[in-house]
Design a protein around this ligand. Structure first.
Ligand SMILES: [Zn+2]
Length: 426
């Protein structure tokens, strides 16, 4: 492979106008004014942002692109979505699952999204979706990291075969232990499921990522239980709580006790802004709650927060295109994270923070790391979110995987023809 040379790019850490040289699939040098090796493939960065690839910390690839099958969600609630998915499950085939997942992975690559943690429902005794996604994981491995979470959608204790199926899925090679305590029959069963799953994770030496308190119920407190068992079993740094939407509705005094407990357990928190704003608050009249967890407060306490896409065109959500900048933009708005530092934190939530949650080794644009990055049509992370910037080039291991033409418009105003691209060069 000839060397790859990126001329004049900005980096997320604020460095501007540097060159990046790639040799043998790895980053060999980062500095201003580097010499271009003979025979190098040159990409002119033109002062635009070179970012590490986007990372999605929370997704459901077994359900993606199934919107409308067998019908659309009328109420817009989480519970109707789960019921609808239950109607679709018996009709699923391995071929259709693989085909839809592969199509989504193509969309992801084109958008510079090169690592995805996907939950996979293990409540179908055939474990069709597990087989399909393990197959997809191998197929996309050369260009996309897929991490699978064994997810008992119908409840670990509520569904009679879920625990046995979950263990089978882990034995087949699923990477992470999942759960859904708020969907068990009682709060007590929910707490018991958290205990069982954390102990299983210790036994298997696996990380945990649980759908936790995905409701508007201010008394749903499984995150407290998850933090408790995480510190009891010394799983620090290996456990993520996904959604945590009940925290939006909790009493402020209680949250002032809860967040330090989450910090003590080194929990990761995953918000899913597009889905939380869509599914939560459906039983409210006005004012309507937003439902997203307390992202700025969690970050201020030193808790690692990632954003996930969660759903694209499935029983819960009818839109989406694998664009993690859309996710960051929604998170920014829902949490009112509008200072420069907070907007940059939203960019981190779909890149570096989520990479930490997945435990990706060698992530980030540094000498010696594998040459994985995305050239964006924007000069910095804030502009990238504002414009949901075009992914001009997506590179993995020094190979260009995808290119998209820059977004521009040609104006034909009288006497003042011009081409614009919405970026502000400063
Ligand atoms: Zn989910």
């Amino acid at each position: 492979m000839p060397p790859l040379f990126l001329r004049n790019v900005n980096l997320v850490d604020g460095r501007r106008g540097v060159d990046v040289l790639v040799h043998d699939g790895h980053i060999a040098a980062i500095a201003a004014g580097l010499a271009v090796p003979q025979n190098a493939e040159v990409i002119d960065g033109d002062g635009q942002l070179l970012s590490p690839p986007f990372v999605d910390a929370h997704f459901h690839m077994d359900a993606t692109l199934s919107y409308g099958l067998p019908r659309a969600n009328q109420s817009g609630t989480l519970l109707e979505g789960i019921a609808l998915w239950g109607e679709l499950k018996p009709q699923l085939t391995q071929e259709a699952l693989v085909e839809r997942a592969m199509q989504y992975c193509d969309w992801a690559v084109a958008k510079g999204l090169l690592a995805i943690r996907t939950h996979v429902d293990i409540c179908d005794d055939r474990l069709l979706a597990v087989e399909a996604l393990l197959h997809v994981k191998q197929k996309v491995k050369p260009y996309l990291d897929l991490q699978l979470v064994a997810f008992p959608q119908d409840g670990l204790l509520r569904s009679p075969t879920a625990l046995a199926n979950l263990k089978r899925a882990l034995a087949m090679g699923v990477d992470v232990v999942g759960g859904i305590p708020h969907f068990e029959r009682t709060m007590a069963d929910g707490a018991e499921s958290v205990r069982l799953l954390c102990e299983l994770a210790v036994e298997r030496g696996l990380p945990v990522d649980m759908h936790c308190d995905e409701s508007d119920d201010p008394m749903s407190r499984h995150i407290e239980t998850l933090a408790f068992h995480t510190q009891r079993l010394k799983l620090h740094g290996r456990v993520a709580g996904s959604h945590l939407t009940s925290m939006h509705s909790m009493d402020n005094y209680y949250v002032s006790k809860l967040i330090p407990l989450m910090r003590e357990a080194e929990l990761h928190a995953i918000a899913n802004p597009l889905i939380n704003i869509t599914l939560q608050g459906r039983h409210d009249t006005y004012p309507k709650r937003r439902g997203m967890t307390r992202v700025p407060e969690l970050l201020a306490a030193g808790i690692n927060v990632g954003f996930g896409h969660d759903c694209v065109m499935d029983p819960w959500y009818s839109l989406g295109s694998a664009d993690m900048l859309e996710v960051a933009q929604m998170g920014l708005h829902v949490a009112q994270m509008t200072s420069q530092a907070q907007m940059r934190a939203c960019f981190d939530a779909v890149t570096a923070n989520s990479a930490r949650i997945l435990g990706l080794a060698g992530y980030g644009i540094e000498v010696g790391h594998r040459a994985d990055f995305v050239l964006l049509q924007a000069c910095d992370p804030v502009e990238a979110i504002r414009l949901r910037a075009t992914r001009l080039a997506v590179v993995r291991g020094g190979a260009v995987l995808a290119r998209t033409a820059p977004a521009t418009a040609r104006l034909h105003l009288a006497g003042r023809p011009a081409t614009i691209d919405w970026t502000l060069r400063r």
